[in-house]
Design a protein around this ligand. Structure first.
Ligand SMILES: Nc1ncnc2c1ncn2[C@@H]1O[C@H](COP(=O)(O)OP(=O)(O)O)[C@@H](O)[C@H]1O
Ligand SMILES: [Mg+2]
Length: 250
């Protein structure tokens, strides 16, 4: 469980402080996937930086399974927009590095690693280097790395936003397929309402900067077959779009 209470983050500088998150509250149950939508600059990445232990200076409380955040204790899978791979290492090295750093080289569950790589369709490309892959394939390698770590929490920071529309849809499907088999508490950041509806069991709408939660919605459409062709999907996206537009234009 991820329990975030009154999380407030200020970026401090000599001249003045900048309030990035203002009393952000969210509770994510084990094995839930929560899509967080918010406008650019509202503090979405800041939230993930706190959860992944990169930002340590914050007010409020953030507990993962009842414990303070400590990347040495928890297994935190982080997938970012792009460029998270080491260019001079092959895909096998890149996608297993998280698990090997955490547990040691000889504890790597190779069978599971191969299973995930195959499932993501890059099992045949593991000796290639990142620059020998397409953008979509590189994102698959990043997702592989996060799952091979067997994380307790998975943090996704607009992971597909740099991809073209069709590749993005393909990646959303692939991600969900693998997530459903390995359901881990997940925060999926996006600025797309359609994407949030597609991947989120819960949908959280953030305010403009400084970011806080302005609405949490259960997604009755989560996991439904052929969702993109479903009329309800469009109805719900329009409803969310209205709520978001009103909130973000305040
Ligand atoms: N290191 C930093 N120092 C000062 N301000 C920052 C820093 N990082 C981010 N910010 C500011 O904090 C706000 C939130 O940033 P961010 O969390 O990256 O937003 P989002 O991911 O929602 O686009 C932005 O206005 C950004 O300019
Ligand atoms: Mg961001």
């Amino acid at each position: 469980m991820i329990d975030i209470r009154d999380l407030t983050v200020k970026y401090k500088s000599e001249r003045n402080d900048f309030l990035a998150l203002d009393n952000f509250n969210l509770l994510i149950k084990d094995g839930d996937i929560c899509a967080v939508i918010g406008p650019s600059g509202c503090g979405k990445s800041t939230l993930l930086h706190v959860l992944s232990g990169i930002i340590k200076d914050y007010a409020g409380s953030v507990l993962i399974d009842g414990k303070d955040i400590d990347p040495r204790v928890q297994r935190i899978g982080l997938v970012m927009q792009s460029n998270g791979l080491l260019p001079w290492r092959d895909i096998y090295f890149n996608s297993t590095i998280g698990a090997r750093v955490k547990d040691g080289n000889n504890k790597l569950d190779k069978q599971y690693a191969n299973y995930i790589l195959n499932k993501l369709g890059i099992g045949e490309m593991t000796s290639r280097f990142p620059n020998q892959l397409s953008g979509g394939q590189r994102q698959r390698a990043e997702i592989a790395r996060a799952f091979i770590l067997k994380p307790n929490i998975l943090l996704m920071d607009e992971p597909f936003s740099a991809l073209d529309a069709l590749t993005r849809e393909e990646m959303q499907d692939l991600f969900l397929k693998i997530w459903i088999e390995n359901s881990v508490s997940t925060i999926f950041i996006t600025h797309s309402i359609e994407e949030a509806l597609y991947v989120g069991k819960k949908i959280v709408i953030m305010s403009k900067s400084p970011g806080k939660v302005v609405g949490i919605y259960d997604n009755p459409l989560f996991g439904k077959k052929d969702l993109r062709l479903d009329e309800e999907y469009y109805k719900f996206s329009i409803k969310l779009r209205k709520i978001a537009k009103e909130e973000w234009s305040k």
